[in-house]
Design a protein around this ligand. Structure first.
Ligand SMILES: *Cc1c(COP(=O)(O)O)cnc(C)c1O
Length: 366
């Protein structure tokens, strides 16, 4: 494919041309101009979540998983105990990370089509005072399900524990208000709802939690306390920063502000989702989730029943028409996923639906 495809994935995703253009120059990583860009980046990600004055922004080179690993390694100490609330693959990944880091961890699990229940969380915490930290995935990208953040955060804070929030696929679009919601650390990355390019993860962390974590991480690179101290001392990244990715992310954050902030972005994504769900239903595809728990981020569809449609030829035929969809990540049902996020609007989804109809007719005729 020679032209840029439309990415209907959970990231990397379709970016604005201005964001890609921001990468067309070089930066000296220790030059004042880049230090100022880094300061703008740290400021802007705090603003997105209303975290000025309460949280510190700590960007880290790498993908989203890197920042989750760094946060668990740094903030969950050797004497602490982590409870992960799991209803999908990203929750399971946090359990695996904590085990690798040698941290005490356990999981409370729900089926993939059910949201985490705040009452059950409060009960589990009351039953086990040795749990110090709770980890939650805001939008479980495995299915696209939304977990009720405000109620879970209140339950965790009510029991006096710290909450680590994987907001990878929600940050920048779904509401996260750190001035009203008690969260110790929010984790996200450059290439999902912020519509930047891949290469940066970041944490917004309460400074008290960082101070308490000095020297706790068993990893030199995945040490959020040391990374934070680096930024605080001279405004610079500890190790080589992905300079073009920083420039693209700052441009993407300016575009987010110009669009009207996370609330406006959420409305655009919700419109994308509504267009997609209505059109796919007409074509015979049932969404995996009930609408009440579906976040406007990514939708999971079942393969139509009684019709021999395999994922691979379906994928290839759509790719030929310029649309890249995403495989399912479920253990049980045969599914695929279509993202609603990225620099896309309703018209892109209307064109996608025409392509899906065309592809189905061609595959059924074959
Ligand atoms: C994408 C994602 C991750 C992992 O990010 P990578 O960039 O693939 O490492 C973690 N959690 C959630 C909820 C995600 O959507």
């Amino acid at each position: 494919m020679s032209t840029t495809p439309i990415l209907l994935t959970p990231g990397p995703l379709t970016t604005a041309e201005a964001t890609r253009r921001a990468m067309m120059r070089d930066w000296g990583s220790r030059d004042p101009a880049f230090i100022a860009l880094t300061a703008e980046l740290r400021q802007r990600i705090l603003t997105v979540a209303n975290g000025e004055g309460t949280h510190a922004a700590v960007p880290l080179q790498g993908s989203g998983t890197f920042i989750v690993e760094a946060a668990i390694a740094t903030l969950v100490g050797p004497a602490d105990r982590l409870l992960v609330l799991v209803n999908g693959a990203y929750g399971e990944r946090m359990v695996a990370i904590a085990r690798r880091m040698g941290r005490a961890v356990e999981a409370l699990r729900w089926p993939e089509d059910r949201a985490v229940e705040p009452g059950a969380v409060a009960e589990a915490l009351r039953a086990d005072p040795s749990i110090t930290h709770v980890a939650l995935v805001h939008c479980e990208t495995t299915t696209g399900i939304l977990n009720p953040l405000p109620a879970i955060a209140a339950a965790v804070a009510g029991e006096g524990r710290a909450l680590l929030l994987d907001a990878m696929s929600s940050f920048g679009a779904l509401e996260i208000d750190l001035s009203a919601t008690p969260v110790t650390a929010v984790l996200a990355s450059s290439n999902k709802c912020l519509e930047g390019v891949p290469g940066i993860g970041f944490a917004l962390v309460r400074p008290e939690a960082l101070e308490r974590a000095a020297g706790a991480s068993p990893s030199l690179s995945f040490d959020l306390h040391a990374q934070w101290k680096g930024f605080e001392s001279d405004g610079q990244w500890r190790f080589t920063p992905p300079v073009q990715v920083v420039a693209a992310l700052v441009e993407a954050l300016r575009l987010l502000e110009a669009e009207g902030g996370p609330a406006a972005r959420r409305r655009r994504y919700a419109d994308n989702l509504a267009t997609l769900l209505a059109g796919m239903r007409r074509l015979g595809f049932e969404p995996f989730l009930e609408e009440a728990v579906q976040a406007p981020i990514i939708a999971t569809f079942r393969m139509p029943e009684g019709r021999p449609l395999a994922f691979r030829p379906f994928y290839d035929a759509l790719a030929e028409r310029g649309f890249l969809i995403y495989p399912g990540k479920l253990t049980r049902a045969e599914t695929f996923r279509i993202g609603c996020i990225g620099a896309l609007d309703r018209r892109d989804f209307e064109r996608l639906l025409l392509a899906v109809a065309e592809v189905m007719a061609a595959l059924e005729a074959a």
